[in-house]
Every structure is written in C-alpha cells, then in structure tokens.
Write a protein that binds this ligand. Sequence first.
Ligand code: AKG
Ligand code: FE2
Length: 316
Amino acid sequence: MALVRMRNAKGKNATEMAKKIKRGNALRQASAWRTYRACIISLLVVLSVCGAAAWFYMFSVESDITETLVKQSELVSSQPRVFTVQCSEDYENYKRYPRCTPQSCGRAVTDSVVTKDEAQVLRRLAERGLALAGSEGGASILDLHSGALSMGKQFVNIYRYFGDVIKDVFTEQDFQLYRAVRGRIQEVIAETFGLDPALMYLTKPTFFSRINSTAAKTQHDEYWHPHIDKVTYGSFDYTSLLYLSDYGSDFGGGRFIFMDQTGNRTVEPRTGRVSFFSSGSENLHRVEQVMWGTRYAITVSFTCDPEHAISDPALP
Ligand SMILES: O=C(O)CCC(=O)C(=O)O
Ligand SMILES: [Fe+2]
C-alpha cells in the first residue's frame, strides 16, 4: 500500500515536473518569439526611416530642377539642341566686336562634334596629367596652356615642376587632338550664334577638371557656387564644356545647372557631349556637388577681344 502511494506520489511529481518543463519551454518559446518579433519590427522601422530619408533626399534634390534640357541617355545628333535666352546687359560694359560679341544669346548642346573615342583619349590625357598631383580636396584642374596643375592645397606649373618628364606624359598627338577639338567647337559656336569663327579667339583659363566627392580643403575646391563666367573670368564671351565622363554611371550628382529666374534647367554630362553658351549673366550657372565617382570635363572658352587671345596649348 505504502509502495503504491509512493509510486502514485512519484507519478504525480513526474507529471507536475513534466508540466513545469512544458510551461517553461512554452515561456521560453514565447520570449524567443517576442525577441524575434521585436528584431523584425526594429529592422522594418530602420528600413522605413532610411527609405523615407532617401526618398526625401532624392525628392529635395530633384525638386531643385525645373527642367532637364538634355538627359545623359539622349543622343543629340546632327544639329545642336539650342535654347535661346535674352542677352543680359553685361556686354554693354565691354568693347563690342561686330560678328562676335553676343547679340543673340543662349545655350546649346551637341553630341556630334566630338566622338566618344576622342573624348576617351582626352579623358586618359586628363587622368595621366592629374595623376601627377591633384588637389587634396574634391576638385583638381590641369591647364595645359598655363601649365597650372592642382597640387595639395595649391598649384604648380607642370612644365617647370616636372621638366622633360612631361614629354612622357603628353604626346604631340594629344595636343593635336586638343587643337582639332577646339577648332570644331569654335565652328559650331559660330554657326549656332551667327558669328565669324575667325573673329573668335581661345582665351584663358582653358582647363581639364576632375571632380570627386572628397570634402573641399580650400576655396579652389568649391566648384559648386553659382557664377557668371564673364564676371568670374572677364575675357569670356562664349563658354564651352566638353564632358569626358557619364552622369549616372561614372559619377552621381555633378549635373550642370542653369539658374534661370523661372527655375533651374539642367544638362546631364555625357562622354563627348559639348555644351556651350554665351558667358554673360543670362547664363548664371553652377555645378551640382558630385556625390560619388569621378567627373571629368574640359572648359574651353572664347573671347571676341584679340587682346585676350591665347595660343593653343603646346609642348614647350
Ligand atoms: O564643368 C562644368 O560643367 C562647368 C564648369 C564651369 O562652370 C566653369 O568652368 O566655369
Ligand atoms: Fe562656369
């Protein structure tokens, strides 16, 4: 009898123990599930916050642009795409040169003046030249005419600083290509604005630029400020930009923006694309900050004043 009671007691204990274990397991499972659920919810919250921030960022950047004049994916072949604007009064403060000084103003874009291959050769030339030094900040320039090259926080003269070594970096052919491209750009500007190309002269500065997302270290790196080329550079009457890399695949940000009173109009850089415009305040502009990658371009500008003419860059 006593033995049976003991067995029953043992059996009861075992059942209770089993129940307790079951309850314990269930509690642990529930708490594991709660932790798992909390992790998922936190992850979803973080993802939604990031998504909203990205969307807000994209939207606020995009909302800056009223109109895209030319997208990177478009090919502007045969004739330039021209947008006329009323000339500013800036030119009245300067001597007028008939058949050159802007009388009809505007901006235009063409993809058929410089081939992709030519642009790639020029890009490699820019890469080799800028590899010699470069700015500590995000914007480096190389001016083949004056020899100015960004180095750290300042500039050096490549022809003096590197001496004969420069002949291993640039060939005579590179300079020939620069001259040919400069000539074709001059022709298309003259044709578009009804000028005599023989009365337009290359002027300084004319330079290759390399921009990346590194933080600016000096004012020279702050390329994004709105400006008027005629005010900034004085001698400019027509500015042209030859792009050597692609918006969206080589770099992000870095679009060219005309800041009109009625809104911002942008040109998306494309390898081989030439964008040109009259240099007065009718064409106030800026370059959007580069967010990633590297953007290469050449600024080639023309004056109507023979006193500000420079010769084409050449090996010393
Ligand atoms: O690189 C560009 O798109 C524009 C550069 C510019 O505004 C300038 O050189 O004055
Ligand atoms: Fe400019």
